[in-house]
Design a protein around this ligand. Structure first.
Ligand SMILES: C[S@@+](CC[C@H](N)C(=O)[O-])C[C@H]1O[C@@H](n2cnc3c(N)ncnc32)[C@H](O)[C@@H]1O
Length: 398
């Protein structure tokens, strides 16, 4: 069947229509003319794959990664960064319009390098081979490098492959400081020898045991310093994280807020980033390792006005009132209904919502928009080459 691709769906697949049904076509771009084979048919949609390209898009690029479509990490390696950014802008516009009736206040996407942006990668190890699991499977694809990882991480794969030959490893996590000068490696599995890797790392953790003198690295974002440890959360995009945090800082500087709640605070990074411009910050996160690091980060930055609490947001948010600004940065599931209800009750003058899932963001904005005016929505291309994006929103009490 020869078809013309009309647009991209939310996952970067081409869309065409056949016999009144929508068809999703892998690896097909808008305006391309392709021969397809249907691989799945349901009552509502079809899925197909391309057999032959008659006309290709000028936005199609050569795929640089030999593991693309196998390792499951990237979705958009075959398209230019320009089209990727256009796709993400369109995606957020479509979803916010459809599920929240929001069409105004959406800024152009903020974007930087398409590759080498990740400061953290977790590799699986199987039968002494290092790599990633194929999509939805436990089959391992061995790799020599990952284009999304920074140079430092890639330089460690060869020595780690040698280490893997001498041990029974199951997982290797590598994390670097944002300047790529320091490295933390967390090995999991049965490790009998590790000395050869010591000169290459600043922090080595084997299962739960810290082998080196220190258990964390220290990295900088702007003027603030942050501990990076094995299990706590830290944003992976070394460049855009600063831009995202600067958006929060600008929103804070433009107003005078006294009491701030930083919900889903991770290691307290946003709260500390803005803490010089407000009276007090209370950060809440349910992960113990995050809150331990948040408290260490408070000491590291000599902060006197931040407090960090280990709890589920929905369990404790009721305890707060007289808050000027609430910052939320929830996981993909978005905000729990009870947390949304309490935010409405607390009535902060301003709500900053950072989201890594546009669908749940739309659901929550649809609820919040009755009491809050959406002042700004800015997408960030934090995860280039994948269909994921981060969004930054400012909402003001009506
Ligand atoms: C996207 S991260 C936020 C990170 C942080 N704002 C930053 O920029 O580094 C989401 C955080 O929410 C926390 N979390 C998830 N569900 C939670 C809940 N119900 N209550 C409290 N924290 C939660 C996770 O531990 C994680 O640190």
């Amino acid at each position: 069947m020869r078809v013309k691709i009309e647009k991209l769906d939310n996952f970067g697949r081409g869309i065409t229509y056949l016999n009144g049904k929508i068809a999703f076509i892998e690896n097909a771009l808008p305006n391309e003319e392709v021969e397809i084979e249907i691989v799945k048919e349901t009552k509502k949609f079809l899925e197909g794959k391309v057999i032959k390209y008659y006309e290709t898009s000028k936005e199609r690029i050569d795929v640089a990664c030999p593991y693309y479509n196998v390792c499951g990490g990237c979705d958009l390696e075959h398209i230019s960064l320009a089209l990727e950014n256009e796709f993400k802008e369109q995606k957020i516009k479509n979803i916010l319009q459809k599920f929240a009736g929001v069409s105004k206040a959406i800024s152009p996407i903020e974007t930087k390098e398409a590759y080498s942006y990740r400061n953290k990668i977790t590799f699986h190890v199987k039968n002494k081979k290092i790599g990633f699991y194929k999509n939805n499977s436990n089959d391992l694809i061995e790799i020599d490098y990952c284009l999304l990882a920074n140079k430092k991480i890639n330089s460690l794969i060869k020595p780690l492959k040698e280490l893997a030959q001498k041990n029974d490893l199951v997982e290797i996590m590598i994390r670097t400081t944002n300047d790529e000068k320091e490295v933390l490696i967390h090995l999991k599995g049965n490790v009998s020898t590790y000395e050869e890797i010591l000169p290459l790392v600043d922090v080595l953790i084997i299962n739960d045991k810290v082998v080196t003198n220190s258990s964390s690295l220290i990295t900088k974002i702007g003027t603030k310093s942050y501990h990076l440890s094995a299990t706590s959360f830290f944003q992976v995009n070394k460049e855009l994280t600063k831009d995202l945090y600067d958006e929060v800082l600008n929103a804070v500087k433009a107003n005078s807020y006294e009491k701030v709640l930083d919900l889903y605070c991770g290691t307290g990074s946003i709260g500390l980033y803005i803490s010089d411009y407000v009276k007090t910050v209370i950060g809440i996160d349910y992960n113990e390792a995050n809150i331990k690091d948040a408290k260490e980060n408070k000491k590291l930055n000599k902060s006197k006005n931040c407090e960090f609490i280990c709890a589920k947001v929905e369990d404790v948010i009721d305890n707060y009132s007289d808050i000027d600004l609430i910052i939320v940065d929830p996981p993909r599931a978005g905000l729990k209904k009870s947390a949304l209800d309490t935010i409405i009750k607390i009535k902060p003058r301003c709500l900053v919502y950072i989201s890594c899932d546009v669908i749940t963001l739309a659901r929550d904005l649809n609820f919040l928009k009755e009491k809050y005016k959406i002042k700004m929505i800015k997408p960030f291309n934090m995860f280039p080459r994948t269909y994921h994006l981060e969004s930054f929103c400012i909402l003001n009490l009506k």
